[in-house]
Design a protein around this ligand. Structure first.
Ligand code: FAD
Length: 281
């Protein structure tokens, strides 16, 4: 059976197509979805391809908010002007798959897949990103922690698509770190994003691959926010690096699986968190 491939020329047309073809699936870069199709896990009657939708590939800055079109590819994020505005997202982008994958894989696809190991997600959770969605009833915006509801589950309704993702522009250092079984082309055993926002005097840390969804580390964040010398943007007490790592590891809820044990993942988080804090503050 072959699937009909629909090519909308606008977001509104994409929404119309999704709603007039029940069961139609969205295709962006295809790096997750085509794996499902190739393994026979998905047998779509029709597919709405977003590839020709240039409107989804643009980004714009409005004051302190950056709006990233859902069709922006990780290859676009890792080197462009965006890499200066959201350096942790660029770091995450550089770890995703291979150059071929990054040339196709989109940020919207990473969010919609909602894998606990998705490398873009810890950065978006730490930045408290907002997911902007379009559907027949108009547009709505959801905080990312409400948009992603579980392992590969989202709050996206039938016939809806992600138009863009909004993040604040933070004034301070950022870091993304990932551990896998190899150095490249690897699914994360643990990943972590740390965002320091000097203007808002805020520290945000999010963990991936160590729970059903991305986990924020409230206690660890609070510890650092209290200990930072915000005027000099530095930490004077070296004990904080270790304590931060341990608190982040305590927030993790990893499982044992064929890739790693829960204990290894918790240990990896402690190391990544301390290292990220040393690099940022
Ligand atoms: C070899 C290989 C290596 C990989 N390595 C990594 C890695 O290191 N890190 C990582 O995080 N991921 C990795 N991935 C997974 C994948 O590349 C990413 O998750 C990617 O961001 C998916 O984006 P896409 O545009 O290809 O999505 P697609 O495959 O086109 O779509 C994925 C899902 O999202 C839905 N979707 C896509 N766009 C939208 C939208 N705008 N609105 C609503 N729903 C939408 C689709 O219907 C589908 O269900 C890898 C995949 C492969 C094949």
């Amino acid at each position: 059976m072959t699937a009909a491939v629909l090519m909308p020329a606008s977001v509104d047309e994409a929404v119309d197509m999704l709603n007039s073809s029940p069961g139609a699936r969205i295709l962006a870069g295809g790096t997750d979805y085509m794996v499902e199709v190739n393994y026979g896990h998905a047998k779509p009657k029709s597919v709405v391809s977003l590839r020709a939708l240039d409107a989804l590939r643009v980004w714009r800055r409005d004051g302190d908010t950056l709006e990233l079109g859902s069709g922006i590819r990780f290859a676009d994020i890792q080197t462009s002007e965006l890499a200066k505005l959201v350096p942790a997202l660029a770091q995450a982008a550089r770890t995703i798959g291979s150059p071929q994958i990054r040339n196709a894989a989109t940020i919207g696809g990473n969010v919609a897949t909602a894998s606990p190991a998705g490398d873009g997600l810890p950065v978006l959770f730490a930045m408290e990103a907002v997911v902007n969605v379009a559907g027949v009833h108009g547009r709505r915006a959801l905080p990312i922690n409400e948009f992603i509801t579980g392992v590969k589950r989202t709050a996206l309704g039938p016939g809806e698509l992600i138009v863009s993702i909004s993040v604040p522009v933070a004034s301070g250092p950022q870091e993304f770190l990932k551990v896998g079984r190899r150095n490249a082309m690897v699914i994360a055993l643990a990943n972590l994003a740390l965002i320091v926002d000097g203007d808002r005097r805020k520290v945000a840390c999010a963990l991936g691959s160590v729970g059903p969804t991305i986990i924020r580390c409230d206690e660890a964040e609070g510890l650092v926010a209290r200990k930072v010398n915000w005027d000099r943007m530095r930490l004077d007490d070296p004990q904080v690096y270790q304590d931060f790592g341990e608190l982040c590891a305590n927030s993790a809820r990893p499982i044992n699986d064929h890739r790693a044990t829960a204990d290894y993942r918790r240990h990896a988080i402690a190391v990544l968190a301390s290292r990220a804090l040393m690099r940022t503050l």
